[in-house]
Design a protein around this ligand. Structure first.
Ligand code: SF4
Ligand code: SF4
Length: 369
């Protein structure tokens, strides 16, 4: 069990002024959350070039970098791997990110969303060599990559590039722990084998492990845990896990998340077994295994709000509410209906959950149109 685990502020799902504009972050709300989080004794912030179309970095600059002494907090940022075209782009994006944040170094610098396809991009652009150079030059204190693929590929990457790599950011939650698609447990075990620190992303799976039916919630409460507590404590109770990120959207969520780590109590073996047994029950309820990361949105030329539609579809399968059909109608009118999908497959390479998005959109059409 890890006894020095930190709750990390994930700046990827921040409160918006306008729901249809991901860059319209409510800076006052974010600054309030930063103050509360820092007051509670935490100091790890996770952002990326891509989050909120760059506005996440800008919000951290205004709310954090310009208001707190630089050594009092840590910032992790991520290279937009999918935008890299050549070796020179590494420097171009890293410098742009430093400027957006208003700092001259990263505490942690990660290559974003390494999977089979983006590994090729990073290799062609020599990005692993570049981040090692960043570390030597003091531009980054720790380096690594965020990872979404099979465990055997992770092992190959660590064999080839592991020297000098400090951290791997992994999707780790009790629902995906034994998943054949995400290989959460196997990926974690590879990190342990190679002595890498693990930063956990998606411990609540984009809110999925929070938005569960009442009967499931009651079963957790009978064991003395809220849904959020169960998810965060499961993720944090592994030896090599040093940070558990949670993408908090408002101050209430922030308070609930902070409570779990004040102080952090690792899960007992019985609690661990209970949570994993619940994973099997919960899996039966989830029709589409989307983590709502939103990466696919940028790739869709038609502008289909893919994660919103998948969330509505999952809610419909779980609760069957008539109001979901009218929400679908409004969302489709403001963006594009699922039936506008041309099956171009542009979204599929970036999908962190390896979903067959065009096929799943057909289910959405059958359900809502
Ligand atoms: S396959 Fe459909 S949803 Fe995916 S990018 Fe193309 S049009 Fe958009
Ligand atoms: S479909 Fe894939 S890329 Fe899009 S939000 Fe869901 S998990 Fe993320």
């Amino acid at each position: 069990m890890s006894d020095d685990v930190m709750f990390g502020f994930g700046a990827m799902r921040l409160d918006l002024e306008n729901e249809n504009d991901p860059s319209s972050i409510n800076f006052d709300d974010v600054t309030g959350m930063i103050d509360y989080y820092m007051d509670q004794g935490f100091n790890y912030f996770d952002t990326s070039y891509a989050y909120h179309n760059g506005a996440s970095e800008a919000a951290l600059k205004v709310g954090l970098v310009e208001r707190y002494p630089r050594e009092s907090f840590k910032i992790a940022d991520k290279m937009p791997t999918w935008l890299l075209k050549n070796e020179a782009d590494n420097e171009k994006y890293a410098n742009e990110m430093l400027e957006r944040l208003g700092t001259d170094y990263f505490d942690v610098f990660l290559i974003h969303n390494i999977n089979e396809a983006f590994l090729t991009v990073a290799e062609n652009c020599k990005t692993f060599d570049y981040i090692k150079k960043m570390k030597e030059e003091g531009k980054a204190r720790k380096i690594g990559f965020s990872y979404h693929d099979r465990a055997d590929l992770l092992e190959e990457i660590l064999e080839k590039y592991g020297d000098g790599i400090d951290v791997v950011q992994l999707q780790l939650n009790y629902l995906d722990w034994e998943s054949k698609l995400t290989e959460s447990r196997k990926n974690y075990e590879i990190c342990e084998k190679y002595g890498k620190e693990v930063i956990v992303m998606e411990p609540i799976k984009g809110g999925t492990l929070f938005n569960l039916p009442d009967d499931i919630k009651e079963k957790f409460e009978k064991e003395g845990m809220t849904l959020v507590e169960a998810a965060l404590r499961f993720a944090a109770s592994h030896k090599n896990v040093k940070v558990v990120l949670s993408g908090v959207g408002n101050i209430d969520q922030m308070k609930e998340n902070c409570e779990v780590f004040k102080p952090f109590e690792p899960m007992s073996e019985e609690e661990n077994d209970f949570v994993l047994s619940m994973a099997n029950e919960i899996k039966e309820l989830i029709a589409i295994d989307c983590s709502y990361c939103g990466y696919c949105l940028k790739e869709c030329p038609v502008g289909i709000p893919i994660p919103d539609f998948f969330e509505l579809y999952n809610s419909e399968k779980m609760y069957s509410l008539p109001s979901l059909h009218s929400i679908y109608g409004t969302t489709a009118a403001a963006n594009a209906p699922a039936s506008d999908c041309t099956e171009c497959e542009s979204c599929m390479a970036i999908c962190t959950q390896k979903l067959n998005i065009p096929d799943l959109l057909k289910d959405v059409v059958d359900c809502f149109e």
